[in-house]
Design a binder for this molecule. Sequence first.
Ligand code: BGN
Length: 278
Amino acid sequence: NILEHLYDQTAQNFTSPAILDCDYHDILFDDTTMSINLMDGDLIEGHRIKDGGEFHPSDCKPKFSTAIIVPYRDRAETLRGFLVYMHMFLRRQNIHYRIYVIEQVDMRPFNRAKLLNIGAAAAFKAGYPCLVLHDVDLLPLKPANLYACTKCPRHMSSSINKFRFVLPYLSLFGGAIAITSSQFKLINGMSNEYYGWGGEDDDLYARLEVGELKLCRFAPDTSRYHMVTHQTQQKGEKRHKLLNYAKNRINNDGLNTLRYTEVATVLHPLFTHIMVDL
Ligand code: BGN
């Protein structure tokens, strides 16, 4: 029973006007597949999404509060499609959530993990007990893939079209994952050192091992994602070296050593946009 594995958590400073508890049974056993339609014209108007991309159901009290954190640079079209699709997808799930887009504005190679740490820090400030760390090029296909935290850190995107819907290796912990804020703090977040593509998610997996946190996954059929195609990225040169010493760095590379400059934060209708210079 999936419901038993979920943390029942609402943000501490979030109060819902509704009296009835939201029911998640129908969502978790919904067997349909979403179609990818990015032309939902009436998305914003009348659909209760507040500036900054925050949503809560109005007719029931949600059990889950989730901050969805998306590291980003240079993919405006992909981001637009992602936001429209995700709000359509998520508002059916009866959860309270907010979408944070963390944009790297400097010219150094992309640092996905550091951007995720920055987003996590913003989510902690807003009181979110659950984080979903999410790539902008991934779209969930199954309504039953609930954007809430399970008791174990959860790899959500185990079944992606790009990999012919097969998990490439067992310890893969990238793409889209759900982890509670307290678990993320326990392992000192992610490493800040991975510039360029690759390795930072494997480093996070090593941290889970140090923290003795076992990852979990929903069934492959529930965990299906569509990956939007894009150009391949510049690979991180130091990633193998860094990964070799991942477990040694957990206490002195992460949330406790996070330094950056916040250039601006803008509340857009569909997302909170945090621009940072790393
Ligand atoms: C791995 C990458 C991951 C990436 C997956 C799936 C590395 C570290 C050196 C072995 N790991 O190879 O970061 O998520 O592929 O694409 O590059």
